[in-house]
Design a protein around this ligand. Structure first.
Ligand SMILES: NC(=O)CC[C@H](N)C(=O)O
Length: 381
C-alpha cells in the first residue's frame, strides 16, 4: 500500500502504508521511548496527534490485551522507520499492522524518522497528514495537513472519557480482575475519586496496588457530587488537548481544594491545578514525549528518570504564591511538579504511572496515599 506523510510546512515523506487505508490528520509529535508502542498508541492523551517513534524497530513484540492503557488506539496515525516481518513475543496475540487495521488507524513505515524528528525539533510542533491507499496524492495530503485545526484551544477530552461513573476495583470485576494481588477489606481502603479526562489504566492499577478503592467519574462531575462520594483524595488524570479551555474542571478543582480534600494532579491534572490557582499554561515548542526524561526533585536533590507526554506546560513564572515548585525538567528547566504550601494538594507533569516507562517516579503515588492517610488522621484527631 502506498503512503505519504505531509507536514503543514510543505515537507513530504513517502513510505509504505500499513494498518487502515485512508487519511488522518493531527499535530505530529515525536516520542523517544525505545519500547512501549502499544501503551503509547492506546494512551488517550494522544487524541488529535500523529505519533512518530524515534526508535527504529517498531512492532517487534506485537500487541496483547494486558498492555492497553485505554480501550482503543487514540492517536490519529503512526509513523515508523522499520516494521518487522513477524512479531516475536510469547505475550503477542496480534501483529501491529492488524492492530491498526482493527482500530481503523493508518500507519506509514519506511520513513526517515531521524530526519523527521530533527525537522520537528527545529521548526516546532505542526500539523500533518498521513494518507495511505492504492492511489495517493501529495497535494491531497498537504491540503489536509494545512486544513487541520490547531491543537491549542481545543477541548478533546469529551472524545475520550467515561460517560458514567464506575468503580475500578478488583472485587467488583474491574477490567483487570486478577491482574494484581487481591485487595480484601474494602472498608479499610482509601477511597480515591479519579476525574477522568482520558485516564491511563496504569494510574488506576497503581492506586489499587496501594490498597485504594477507586471511583472514576466523568470530567463534568461537580465538586458537590464528588464530595458526596466521601473520598479520601481526588486524582485529576492525564488527558488530551489544551488544559486552558477546561474551565469547568478548573472550577471543580477550586471547589475541591476549598472543601479540604487531598488532591493529586497528574499531567493534564497538574496543568489544571496551575490554572485553577491562577497560573498560566503555555504551548511548548515540541513538548516532551518519551520514557527517558530526567526530572529533579528539588526537595531531595534526587533525579528521577521519567515517562513524559505533554505539549503544554504550566508557566513557572506565573505560579501563585500558594504553590511551590517541587520538580523541574533537567532537559529544559520547565516546571515538572508543584505543591500547595499549606494543603495536601500537589501535582506532577510527567507520568509516574509509566506505562510505558521507568518506575522512578512511582513514589509519587506513595506520597499521595501518605497525604490521604495523614489528612484522615488529622481530621479524626
Ligand atoms: N498526558 C497528558 O495529560 C497531556 C496533557 C496535555 N494535553 C498536554 O499535551 O500537555
Amino acid at each position: 500500500m502506498q503512503a505519504v506523510l505531509a507536514l503543514a510546512d510543505g515537507s513530504i515523506f513517502r513510505g509504505k502504508g500499513f494498518g487502515a487505508a485512508g487519511l488522518a490528520v493531527g499535530e505530529i509529535c515525536f516520542n523517544t521511548a525505545m519500547s512501549g508502542y502499544q501503551e503509547i498508541l492506546s494512551d488517550p492523551s494522544y487524541r488529535g496527534q500523529i505519533v512518530t517513534l524515534t526508535y527504529p524497530h517498531i512492532g517487534n513484540t506485537g500487541v496483547n490485551a494486558e498492555d492497553m492503557e485505554g480501550a482503543k488506539i487514540f492517536c490519529s496515525a503512526l509513523v515508523v522507520r522499520n516494521l518487522p516481518r513477524t512479531p516475536s513475543s510469547w505475550r503477542s496475540t496480534q501483529d501491529l499492522p492488524t492492530f491498526l487495521q482493527t482500530h481503523q488507524i493508518p500507519g506509514i513505515a519506511g520513513i526517515d524518522t531521524r530526519a523527521l524528528t530533527r525537522r520537528l525539533r527545529d521548526s516546532g510542533a505542526q500539523n500533518a497528514a498521513v494518507l495511505t491507499g492504492a492511489e495517493i496524492s501529495d497535494d491531497t495530503a498537504l491540503s489536509a495537513a494545512r486544513a487541520c485545526p490547531d491543537l491549542p484551544g481545543r477541548d478533546l477530552v469529551q472524545d475520550v472519557v467515561c460517560r458514567e461513573a464506575y468503580t475500578w476495583d478488583l472485587a467488583s470485576g474491574a477490567p483487570d480482575q486478577g491482574y494484581r494481588a487481591q485487595a480484601t477489606v474494602q472498608a479499610a481502603l482509601r477511597h480515591v475519586v479519579v476525574y477522568d479526562f482520558g485516564s491511563k489504566r496504569n494510574i488506576l492499577r497503581l492506586l489499587t496496588d496501594r490498597a485504594c478503592r477507586v471511583t472514576v467519574v466523568p470530567p463534568r462531575t461537580t465538586a458537590a457530587e464528588v464530595a458526596d462520594l466521601r473520598p479520601d483524595g481526588v486524582l485529576f488524570s492525564n488527558g488530551p488537548g489544551d488544559p486552558a479551555v477546561l474551565d469547568y474542571a478548573q472550577e471543580a478543582m477550586r471547589q475541591i481544594i476549598a472543601a479540604d480534600i487531598p488532591i493529586f494532579g497528574l499531567c493534564l491534572g497538574h496543568q489544571l491545578l496551575g490554572l485553577a490557582l491562577g497560573a498560566k499554561t503555555i504551548k511548548m515548542k515540541f513538548g516532551h514525549h518519551g520514557a527517558n526524561h530526567p526530572v529533579k526533585d528539588l526537595r531531595s536533590g534526587r533525579v528521577l528518570i521519567t515517562s513524559q507526554n505533554h505539549g503544554f506546560a504550566v508557566d513557572v513564572d506565573t505560579l501563585p504564591a500558594c504553590l511551590t515548585t517541587t520538580h523541574i525538567s533537567l532537559f529544559d528547566g520547565s516546571l515538572q511538579g508543584m505543591a500547595h504550601r499549606d494543603l495536601p494538594v500537589f501535582s506532577f507533569q510527567g507520568h509516574p504511572e509509566a506505562g510505558p516507562g521507568p518506575h522512578d517516579a512511582g513514589v509519587i503515588f506513595d506520597d499521595f496515599t501518605h497525604a490521604m492517610h495523614r489528612h484522615r488522621e488529622r481530621r479524626h484527631a
